[in-house]
Write a protein that binds this ligand. Sequence first.
Ligand code: DER
Length: 219
Amino acid sequence: LHQNEKKKLVAQSALQYIQDETIIGVGTGSTVNFFIEELKKSNLRLKGAVSSSEESTKRLKEINIDIYEANEVSKLDLYIDGADEINHNFEMIKGGGAALTREKIIAQISDKFICIADESKYVKTLGKFPLPIEVIPMARSQVGREIVKIGGDPVYRQNCITDNGNIILDVHNLMINEPKNLEEQLNNIPGIVTVGLFAKRKADILLLGTSDCVKNITL
Ligand code: DER
């Protein structure tokens, strides 16, 4: 199965978790785009969605789904999103789509985080994918120096301003054996808005697209 077919399959299998007349959290990225396509084809009647990016908002509006602001809901039952990497403890690297801040906020208010991913994302150790961090523009150089101090190699993501007006540094060469510790350590660096490590708040269910089926994995 081609990678896109795996993405489509896992997107489709996420529908089974959705109840009619509910508001769901929607992530960002190509796998989520397939999920939005599947939503359009389904006869699910959603009350609405809290979206993690302008890009997903545009696509949700195109299929006439009402958009709710995060401030309008106290919590969500479900959050559907992809990942750049997810380990066997369901900790993730996210931010490839530059939406990590709103993704992390919506994940925080959601009871169940369903990660939809093709098997290439499923890894033993996080860190082969460069770790995205969202940074206040004026702090870029000093955050870069702090990252070097802890052994990372920060690369400025060209031509990328996030929905929140910030920049992204992609941190290479970090082998992340203690995701939670690293997330907390990076959270403390002034100027870092969001770390693309989802370890304090992990996924709850992984729908994994493999070469012949969708594996529904829980911890
Ligand atoms: O930006 C993100 O965190 C997204 O979830 C993303 O990186 C996953 O993208 P993909 O579904 O296009 O692989």
